[in-house]
Write a protein that binds this ligand. Structure first.
Ligand SMILES: NC(=O)C1=CN([C@@H]2O[C@H](COP(=O)(O)OP(=O)(O)OC[C@H]3O[C@@H](n4cnc5c(N)ncnc54)[C@H](OP(=O)(O)O)[C@@H]3O)[C@@H](O)[C@H]2O)C=CC1
Ligand SMILES: O=C(O)C1=N[C@H](C(=O)O)C[C@H](O)C1
Length: 276
């Protein structure tokens, strides 16, 4: 939905955390371009050289919204925070969101189980969308994987290969892990018991119940994911490739619009896109 805002349907007031990051800049551009959204705050970490700049400066735009590190100041006028930062930053932001009653769309990846549990606890008070990949294409791919895994539950070895830019700090990607979880669940397995994250030396033969992961880091690759179902005499590859970051930003805005109808609860992009 990209309906223009009206007096009965006012624009969503959105703050962006990690405003000077790769996703932060993309999100600010997307918010400024959306008729039904308004940039209401921009946050970055203390010490960032971007602090004090107009949030639109990298785009050559003047928004009147400065990038600040004070969370209460950055969130004061906002209904939703869109956060693509680091796990510890996101958790700190969420605590203030809960205090102020600000909703959150979280794209950050690399959370520990304990950090995920903290997010779930905060979602008892505010509505949150948490997803390791906001793009429509990746979420449809997850549904395809669910179907493929059920149909190829025996006789096929499952390997997940992901490739990202040289700056990415977590591995495997949040999306690759989610793909693994979806496949494991479809097969009645627990990813914790069957994931193989590295192979080196004399590893022995492949355990047929395992789900393998391989990680590539290099250059400016935006985000590629391929799941291989390798059988005898045939193999199937299901791939998604992002060629820019706009799909992640547009998915985040859809999530921000979706949250308008919710007071509390933890949601993902299946909820936002009606894929559940
Ligand atoms: N869900 C999805 O669809 C997608 C998820 N991601 C995830 O989003 C996250 C960010 O990715 P990307 O934009 O490429 O990363 P960047 O490193 O380009 O940007 C991160 C931003 O967060 C800031 N930051 C770093 N640490 C903290 C902290 N502790 N508290 C507050 N702010 C902090 C950085 O500031 P500084 O540079 O000064 O350190 C920077 O502005 C990653 O976890 C990535 O995996 C990415 C793309 C899509
Ligand atoms: O860091 C990135 O760039 C991306 N991170 C997300 C992930 O870890 O899955 C999503 C996307 O692949 C880009």
């Amino acid at each position: 939905m990209t309906a223009s805002s009206t007096s009965s349907n006012p624009a969503r007031r959105i703050a962006v955390a990690g405003a000077s990051g790769r996703m932060g800049r993309m999100l600010i551009e997307a918010v400024l371009a959306a008729d039904d959204c308004r940039l209401a705050g921009a946050l970055d970490i203390a010490g960032s050289p971007a602090l004090g700049q107009d949030a639109g400066a990298p785009l050559g735009a003047t928004t009147g919204v400065p990038i600040v590190s004070d969370l209460r100041e950055g969130l004061a006028n906002s209904q939703v925070l869109i956060d693509f930062t680091r796990p510890e930053g996101t958790l700190a932001h969420l605590k203030v969101c809960r205090e102020l009653g600000v909703q959150a769309v979280i794209g950050t990846t690399g959370f520990s189980d304990e950090q995920k549990a903290q997010i779930a606890e905060i979602a008892r008070d505010i509505a949150i969308v948490l997803a390791p990949n906001m793009s429509v294409g990746v979420n449809v791919t997850l549904k395809l994987l669910e179907m493929a895994a059920k149909a190829m539950s025996t006789g096929y070895d499952i390997e997940i290969v992901e490739a990202h830019h040289r700056h990415k700090v977590d591995a495997p990607s949040g999306t690759a892990l989610k793909m693994g979880e979806v496949i494991a669940q479809a097969l009645g397995r627990d990813l914790k018991d069957c994931a193989v994250y590295a192979r080196e030396g004399v590893t022995g033969e492949r355990d047929p119940s395992s789900i393998g992961f391989a990680t590539i880091r290099g250059g400016d690759i935006v985000g590629d994911h391929t799941v291989l179902f390798a059988g005898t005499g045939e193999r199937i590859e299901i791939s998604h490739k992002s060629s820019n970051r706009n799909g992640y930003a547009q998915g985040s805005l859809r999530a921000a619009r979706f949250l308008a109808g919710h007071k509390s609860g933890l949601f993902d992009m299946f909820d936002v896109l009606g894929l559940r």
